[in-house]
Design a protein around this ligand. Sequence first.
Ligand code: GUN
Length: 283
Amino acid sequence: MTILDGKALSDKSKQQLKNEVETLKQKGLTPGLAVILVGLDPASQTYVNSKEKACEAIGIYSKKITMNEDISEEKLLETIKELNEDESIHGILVQLPLPKHIDSAKVLEAIIPQKDVDGFHEYNVGKLVTGNETFVPCTPLGVMKILEEYGINPVGLDACVVGRSNIVGKPMMNLLLNAGATVTITHSKTKDLKAHTLRADLLVVGIGRPNFITADMVKEGAVVIDVGINRLENGKLTGDVDFEEVSKKASFITPVPGGVGPMTIAMLLHNTVRAAKFAKGSC
Ligand code: GUN
């Protein structure tokens, strides 16, 4: 069994991006990312702070905009409009989830597709579905990079994605399909989930339930990718997969923490550098 070390790969990707940013800066181009955080959700605050720090570490200009929980949708849309027009900003990210009174779909559509480094705009979603990728959501993109790094070729594999979110499950399904896997997507309402997971050569899990996938649900020798990040009552972080037991059956498996999580941020930096290069027509 091989542990898929997302932390090491993320460090390597960030070093490469840092070198690339240095070269771009010498040519007068500093990539810029704006991150908007609405409200005080502790997990969102942690994620946004990590994104800001990661930008600084590799030389990307980062602009963090924090807004009160009760901000109007109109004000948020106005801020996005300003950022769309700001030439120092190449990527715009609105941290999700947003408060209930704000229409998230409307907000995500307000970001121009060229600055949509999260890949959540319907234009970019459509591009992913048709296989003309532009900006791909960071977490599933990070999963694809891990597979590539370890020489795991999805062509012809039976892949099972557990979870159908717009952030992870659906883009993951499309990326694996585009890469030649035979993909089954499952979710909390799936009848006899185990029948599907047991057939999978490649199992990708992002359902948000700690230790949800147990060893009896996994095929011997499967590649297991755990996208879950759950904080237990004792403060410990754990994934959606029972790592201890499943790792005895898997051929490759990601740990939590240190697996997919660090790759998400590395891919955000990657998309931001790409957006800056697109903007300057040097891609
Ligand atoms: N909330 C959880 N994951 C993400 C993500 O990848 N992007 C944004 N914008 N919000 C999130």
